[in-house]
Structure formats: C-alpha cells, structure tokens
Design a protein around this ligand. Structure first.
Ligand SMILES: *[C@@H]1O[C@H](CO)[C@@H](O)[C@H](O)[C@H]1NC(C)=O
Ligand SMILES: *[C@@H]1O[C@H](CO)[C@@H](O)[C@H](O)[C@H]1NC(C)=O
Ligand SMILES: *[C@@H]1O[C@H](CO)[C@@H](O)[C@H](O)[C@H]1NC(C)=O
Ligand SMILES: *[C@@H]1O[C@H](CO)[C@@H](O)[C@H](O)[C@H]1NC(C)=O
Ligand SMILES: *[C@@H]1O[C@H](CO)[C@@H](O)[C@H](O)[C@H]1NC(C)=O
Ligand SMILES: *[C@@H]1O[C@H](CO)[C@@H](O)[C@H](O)[C@H]1NC(C)=O
Ligand SMILES: *[C@@H]1O[C@H](CO)[C@@H](O)[C@H](O)[C@H]1NC(C)=O
Ligand SMILES: *[C@@H]1O[C@H](CO)[C@@H](O)[C@H](O)[C@H]1NC(C)=O
Ligand SMILES: *[C@@H]1O[C@H](CO)[C@@H](O)[C@H](O)[C@H]1NC(C)=O
Ligand SMILES: *[C@@H]1O[C@H](CO)[C@@H](O)[C@H](O)[C@H]1NC(C)=O
Ligand SMILES: *[C@@H]1O[C@H](CO)[C@@H](O)[C@H](O)[C@H]1NC(C)=O
Length: 462
C-alpha cells in the first residue's frame, strides 16, 4: 500500500514535470533599417500597443508575474486589437511563463524596461549609479526574459534625461545600452533590440536621438528609439500637433523610431484618439513604426483606458477605450513597406556644448566586476528589493546641499507637456518618488563617503 502510493506519487511527479510545456513561440520581430519586421512573414511590423502599468508609477507592480492580472487584461487587449504592451518594471525573481505564454498565444509582444525604482541610472548622479550591482540586476532581467520569443525589445532607460541640465547622464545610458547588447551577444541569446525611451524635450530631443545612434562602435549604438510624445491633444491634426515637423526632424534616422507613450489628456471629455489615423499613415510610417498609448489602466493621473476595481478584480471599459478601439478598427497599416529606409548611416555624434549637450563621446568602461556575468550569466535574480543606487542621491544632495532643496515632488505641476509626461513615469526612469529622495537626504550629511566606499567595493566583489 505504502509502496504503491509512493510509486503513484512518484509517477505523478514525473508526469507533472513532463507536463511542463515548452514556452509558446511566435515569430520574432527583427530590425532592418529603420523598421521592424516579422521574421516569419517578412511583413513590416507596426507597434499597436498600450503602456501597461497597473498600479501606476506610485504602486509599481509586476503585471507579468500574476495571472490574476495579466489574464484579466488579455481579453481587453485582444478586443482593442493590439500587438504590443510596454511594461515599466518587473520582478526578475518571479516566473513570467504563464503571462508571457498567454500573451504569445495571443500574438502580443513585450517591450520591457529593465530598471526598477531602486536599480536605475540616477540622473543626478549617473556615474555613482552605474555599478556592477546595477548591471547584475539588468542582466538578470535579460536572463529572465530572453527566452520568450515575444519579447520585442528592452528599454535601457526611460526619460533619464528629462531636462536641459542633465544631458551628461546620456553617457551612462549609452554605456548601459552597450553593456546590454554585449551581454545578449555573450550569452548567445537571439539579437533582441535594445533601446531607450526619451522625453520629448525641445532643447535636446534630436541630440539624444543622434547621440545614442552615433560613433563607430556598433555595439554602443541602440537598436530602436522610443519618444514619449504628448503633443497631439484631442481633435488635433498632423500639422497642428507638430507631428509633421517631427517626421522632418527625425527623417534619415537609421533606427526604428516609435512613440513609447502618447495620448495627451488635455481634452474636455474623453480622448478621441484621432492621431491613430495619422500614426499608421504613410505620412508618418517612413520614420515612425507606430506607438503605445499611455496607458491601459486608469490611475490618479487620469490617463486610463479602463478602470480596475481592486475589490473584485474587474475591468470596466472607459470611453477612451471605446474611442481607441474604434480608431484602431478603422485604421489599417499602409500596404507594402510603408516607405521605410534601409539606410544604415548612423548619426554623427553631437559635439559638447555647455548647458545644452554635455554627454561624453568616450564612454566609461563597464565596471570590471560585471564582466564575470558575461561568462556565467548574471546569477541569482534579486527582484525589486535591491537598491543599487546606494548613496547616489546623498552624494548629489551634498553637492547642492546648502542652498537648494534637492528634489521636488514628481506630482508637482509643471507648465510643459514634456514635464507632465516625465512625472508620470519617473518611478521607472531613475530616482523615484520625492519621499525616497528625502529619505536619502536624511542619511547624507554624515556618511556619504562611507557609502561611496561600500559602493566601490561592491563594484569589485560582486
Ligand atoms: C520559458 O522561458 C523562461 C524564461 O527564459 C524560462 O525560465 C523557462 O525555463 C522556459 N520554460 C521552458 C519550459 O522552456
Ligand atoms: C498596489 O498594488 C497591489 C497589487 O495590485 C494591490 O494589492 C494594492 O492594493 C495596491 N496598493 C495601493 C496602495 O493601491
Ligand atoms: C536641474 O534643474 C532643476 C531645476 O530646474 C533642478 O531641480 C535640478 O536639481 C537640476 N539638476 C541637476 C543635475 O543639476
Ligand atoms: C532558455 O532555453 C534554453 C533551451 O530551451 C534552455 O536551455 C535555457 O536554460 C533557457 N534559459 C533560461 C535563462 O531560462
Ligand atoms: C573609432 O573612432 C575612434 C575615435 O574617433 C578611432 O580612434 C578609432 O580608430 C575608430 N575605430 C574604427 C574601427 O574605425
Ligand atoms: C480615473 O481615475 C481618477 C483618479 O482615481 C478619477 O478621478 C477619474 O474620474 C477616473 N477617470 C475616469 C474616466 O473614470
Ligand atoms: C465590483 O465591485 C464594484 C464596487 O466595488 C461594483 O460596482 C461592481 O458592480 C462589481 N463588479 C462585479 C462584476 O461584481
Ligand atoms: C472592426 O469592427 C467590425 C465590427 O465589429 C469587425 O467585424 C471587424 O473585424 C473589425 N475590424 C478590425 C480590423 O478590427
Ligand atoms: C570623457 O570620458 C573620458 C573617459 O571616460 C574622460 O577621460 C574625460 O575626462 C571625459 N570628458 C568629459 C568632458 O567629461
Ligand atoms: C499637465 O499638468 C497640468 C497641471 O497639473 C495639467 O493642468 C495639465 O492637464 C497636464 N497636462 C497633461 C498633458 O497631462
Ligand atoms: C525629472 O525627474 C525628476 C524626478 O526624478 C523630477 O523631480 C523632475 O521634476 C523632472 N524634471 C522635469 C523637467 O520634468
């Protein structure tokens, strides 16, 4: 009896492990010239998607690790007819198999930001935050997702440069792009595009695009470029919104470009989303490859397509959802190749100009300790609890300590659309909420040097 039941359970176990299905596969998306292509059909691929951040930037959760969330939302993605979601942060220690496989089965691709609120390039203190512990977290996230064929690409950063006075941080963003691309190659993963999601800042939007796609080291040039653009509001038009000028501005850029956030909500009522008809029209597709609507769930900043009721985990479609669905429905992609460019002429590096463009064309070497990961993988994923920024805020606070208050609340209203768009997603870009910065501020005066030493030691021992 005992033996029999033991045997039965052993057999049961074996069968259970045999029953673990292989990951679902879809045709991967590849980059040629300035466009994406379906590797199977050879058709041009246009991103039709939404930014997927349930909880908002103030309560970041990993929607891809919880089937109560992703399977709740998937039917709505299908109803919209989208093919891509962007997720701003994940917990790399959790399994994403169920959600990623369900998305793959539905033909939905993922663009994933590899940072967490506490493991990011800090825009105020970028050199400090660029360390081996940070790269371990980034590489472990790549390890966790590289096998899913429906990963369209990774974002190395989101709006790290969000002003005219922190362009020097671009040096470190570019170093991270380089390190991620080198890591993907060293680990023999498929060539997964690595890009950056930029704030639409008048004084440096072209400079950042050029910088990240310049120089003769192809591994340091990004593979795709996202712009967070809120300039089309309501019933605007291709010319009134300024999108016609943007097509001219970025014409000739040799990498796929798309809107990584769009959907201005300065509207009287619901958003009509008439920009969909322009975005998937040949007037834009020679330069842009679609975009992602900000954002799926309605949070406090009032950009949502659906309202989630957390009590009973239900989804209610808002008028924005209905409008967007209707616009998608009436807008097909251009026929043929949409006028894309095969040119591989990368950009010329912008020259240093104090106060305007302060990034360095000589990138910092990767922290030496991180090279171990290239041989053996990143190892244990640390999840979202890891802070790799150590004293970086404190270091910055100290620099400017006496006079200025270090950080302002990201909720504080600002005059420009660019600023609003960045404050919506700051949690994923670099320094997070004002409360975190203030905590760090309390620590700073006494012990920054010690923190700095610890940080430097970590660079070597990890
Ligand atoms: C599916 O892919 C994930 C992520 O790379 C991996 O952890 C998992 O082992 C894969 N599952 C199978 C059955 O291959
Ligand atoms: C944060 O998100 C989690 C998971 O979705 C949810 O259970 C929790 O209620 C949220 N917290 C707040 C303060 O909204
Ligand atoms: C940039 O300027 C803003 C004020 O406009 C200030 O809050 C911030 O600390 C400055 N950042 C840097 C890196 O100097
Ligand atoms: C990816 O898949 C391959 C082949 O199925 C497997 O050997 C490898 O362990 C997987 N890698 C990860 C990180 O899951
Ligand atoms: C790349 O550019 C650097 C500096 O501009 C130069 O020293 C180097 O020789 C170039 N390398 C190649 C392969 O062209
Ligand atoms: C979205 O959420 C905000 C904040 O909870 C709320 O004020 C607003 O009414 C919601 N929007 C819609 C269309 O329900
Ligand atoms: C979910 O709960 C809300 C109130 O919290 C209620 O208005 C709504 O009808 C409920 N939905 C379902 C499907 O039970
Ligand atoms: C548009 O909606 C109609 C009616 O619901 C439906 O039959 C059709 O398949 C939809 N087209 C697309 C492209 O989603
Ligand atoms: C640029 O970086 C190089 C090496 O990383 C450094 O030697 C040089 O001082 C930097 N230049 C500026 C202007 O920061
Ligand atoms: C920007 O913020 C201001 C002030 O909070 C607000 O009135 C405006 O609607 C916001 N604009 C966008 C595009 O979110
Ligand atoms: C840049 O992001 C920080 C949050 O890290 C925010 O405090 C600041 O206001 C942002 N700057 C602009 C110009 O939006």
């Amino acid at each position: 009896m005992l033996l029999k039941s033991l045997l039965t359970s052993l057999v049961g176990c074996t069968m259970a492990s045999l029953a673990i299905a292989a990951n679902s596969t879809v045709a991967t998306i590849e980059v040629t010239g300035n466009a994406f292509f379906n590797s199977d059909t050879g058709d041009r691929f246009y991103i039709r998607g939404v930014d997927y951040q349930p909880g908002g930037s103030s309560n970041l959760t990993d929607p891809l690790a919880d089937t109560n969330v992703c399977l709740r939302d998937l039917p709505y993605f299908q109803k919209l007819g989208i093919n891509t979601v962007r997720v701003y942060t994940v917990d790399n220690s959790l399994s994403h198999d169920d959600c990623m496989n369900a998305f793959a089965d539905a033909g939905i691709y993922l663009i994933l930001d590899v940072n967490t609120p506490d493991a990011s390039i800090n825009r105020n203190s970028p050199a400090c935050s660029y360390n081996a512990a940070y790269l371990q977290n980034v590489f472990a996230t790549i390890d966790a997702f590289a096998n899913y064929t429906n990963v369209l690409g990774f974002f190395a950063g989101n709006e790290v440069i969000n002003d005219s006075n922190n362009t020097n941080a671009a040096t470190y963003v570019k170093a991270v792009v380089r390190d991620m691309k080198n890591y993907i190659k060293a680990r023999n993963y498929r060539t997964i595009p690595v890009g950056y999601s930029a704030a639409d800042i008048v004084s440096n939007r072209v400079l950042i695009a050029e910088y990240l796609n310049c120089g003769n080291d192809s591994m340091a040039r990004l593979d795709m470029f996202g712009v967070n653009d809120y300039s089309w509001c309501g019933h605007s038009s291709f010319t009134v919104s300024g999108w016609s000028e943007k097509v001219k501005l970025y014409d000739g850029y040799s990498k796929p470009m798309f809107l990584s956030e769009f959907g201005c909500n300065e509207v009287v009522d619901s958003r009509p989303f008439t920009e969909i008809e322009a975005l998937y029209n040949v007037e834009m597709t020679s330069v842009f490859s679609g975009g992602l609507v900000y954002e799926y769930t309605n949070e406090t900043n009032n950009y949502g397509l659906v309202q989630i009721d957390n009590e009973n985990n239900t989804v209610t479609e808002l008028q924005d959802f209905i409008n967007l669905q209707s616009e998608y429905n009436k807008t097909s992609n251009p026929t043929g190749d949409g006028g894309y460019s095969k040119s591989s002429d990368y950009s010329t590096c912008p020259t240093y100009e104090a106060g305007v463009w302060e990034a360095n064309n000589t990138l910092p070497e990767m922290p030496t300790a991180a090279s171990a990961y290239f041989k053996s993988g990143a190892g244990e994923p640390m999840g979202t609890i890891l802070s790799t920024e150590g004293d970086c805020d404190a270091e910055y606070d100290l620099e400017i300590s006496s006079s200025v208050e270090a950080t302002s609340s990201s909720e504080v209203s600002t005059s420009s659309i660019e600023s609003n768009s960045s404050s919506m997603t700051t949690a994923t870009s670099t320094t997070t909420s004002s409360s975190k910065s203030k905590d760090s501020g309390n620590l700073n005066i006494q012990v920054p040097t010690i923190f700095k030493i610890v940080n430097e030691i970590m660079n070597y021992i990890i």
